[in-house]
Design a protein around this ligand. Structure first.
Ligand code: C5P
Length: 276
C-alpha cells in the first residue's frame, strides 16, 4: 500500500517569536522544514510527501523545496488556523484512495530513518500508530496551581511525531471530531488523541521514538538542534525503547518545553498532484 508523509508546517510560531515562521528559519545550512522533507525523501517506505504550509508562505516554501531538489514532494498546500484544521486540509488533499499516511511536525527536524520505518511497518498491522518515548521526569496533573494527581510514571510516555494512520480511519475520526461542538475547545495537539477520543475501539500502537527527535518551540531549541545535528547519531542516547532511566542527554524539555498548548480543508485532488 502507498505511504504518504504529511509535513505539518502551518503553525504561526507565536511562542517562537520570529518574524518568519520558524519552519523557514535556517538550521545547519538549510530551512528547518527541509530536514523533515529530506528525511522522508530518503525513506524507502515513503512514496510521496505533502507539505502543509503557513498561509501566505507556501510560495516561499515551494522555492526553498524546489532548490533542494526533493524528489518526493507531491504538493504544498496552505494549512488552517489550528493544527487539526491543517490535518483536515491534508486529508482532503490526499483524495479518496486508501493509503498509509504519516503526519509529522515540521518543528521536529531530527527525525530518524528507524522511526519512519517503524511507523510504516506498524501500519501493516495497526490502523493507528504514534511515536512516543518514556518520561524520566515524574509528571503531575496541576489544576488551579495545585497538584491533583500523579499518574504512575511507568505508564506515561511523551508523544512525538510521526503519527501514522490508514487514511480512511483518520478521516473518519476527524469527521466525528468536526461534528462535535466540544472539539473546538479541546485544542487537540495531535492526531492519535483524535482517534482515542472519537474511535476508542481502534488500537493505537506505540512506536519507540528517540530523545533526539526534539520539537523546536523556542529560539534556544534551534541551538540544541544544531548541536545534536553536528554530534550525529552517536552523541545522544536513545531512550525510546526503555524505561530504565536512560538520560535525556542534554535535550530534555526543561526550559524549552511545550507548555501543552497548541495554536493550531482545501482539496487539490490526490497525493500525487497537489498544488505544486
Ligand atoms: O503548535 P505546535 O507546536 O503543537 O505545532 C506542531 C506542528 O503543527 C508544527 O510543525 C506546526 O507548524 C504545525 N501546525 C500546523 N498548523 C497549525 C498549527 C500548527 O500545521 N495551524
Amino acid at each position: 500500500m502507498r505511504t504518504v508523509a504529511v509535513v505539518l508546517a502551518a503553525g504561526s510560531g507565536v511562542r517562537f517569536g520570529a518574524a518568519l515562521p520558524k519552519q523557514l528559519l535556517p538550521l545547519a545550512g538549510r530551512a528547518l522544514l527541509e530536514h523533515s522533507v529530506a528525511a522522508f525523501d530518503q525513506a524507502p517506505g515513503v512514496d510521496a510527501t505533502l507539505v502543509v504550509m503557513a498561509p501566505g508562505h507556501a510560495d516561499h516554501a515551494r522555492e526553498v523545496l524546489a532548490l533542494g531538489g526533493y524528489r518526493k514532494v507531491a504538493g504544498i498546500i496552505e494549512g488552517g488556523k489550528t493544527r487539526p484544521e491543517s490535518t483536515r486540509r491534508a486529508i482532503a488533499a490526499l483524495g479518496p484512495a486508501e493509503c498509509k499516511v504519516l503526519f509529522h511536525d515540521a518543528a521536529r527536524p531530527l527525525l530518524d530513518q528507524a522511526t519512519i520505518a517503524g511507523c510504516v511497518r506498524a501500519l501493516d498491522t495497526y490502523d493507528a500508530v504514534g511515536v512516543a518515548v518514556p518520561t524520566s521526569d515524574t509528571i503531575v496533573v496541576v489544576e488551579d496551581g495545585r497538584m491533583t494527581g500523579m499518574p504512575h510514571r511507568d505508564s506515561l510516555r511523551r508523544c512525538q511525531t510521526p503519527q501514522g494512520f490508514r487514511l480512511s480511519v483518520i478521516r473518519k475520526a476527524h469527521e466525528l471530531a468536526l461534528a462535535d461542538p466540544a472539539f473546538a475547545d479541546l485544542t487537540a495537539t495531535d492526531d492519535c488523541g483524535v482517534i482515542l477520543r472519537y474511535l476508542p475501539d481502534v488500537p493505537v500502537a506505540v512506536v519507540p521514538g528517540s530523545e533526539r527527535n526534539i520539537k523546536i518551540t523556542y529560539p534556544g531549541d534551534l541551538s540544541i538542534a544544531e548541536v545534536l545535528l553536528s554530534a550525529g547519531d552517536s552523541g545522544t542516547s536513545d531512550s525510546g525503547t526503555s524505561d530504565s532511566g536512560t538520560s535525556d542527554s542534554g535535550t530534555s524539555d526543561s526550559g524549552t518545553s511545550d507548555s501543552g498548548t497548541s495554536d493550531g480543508g482545501t482539496s487539490d485532488g490526490g497525493t500525487g498532484a497537489a498544488d505544486q
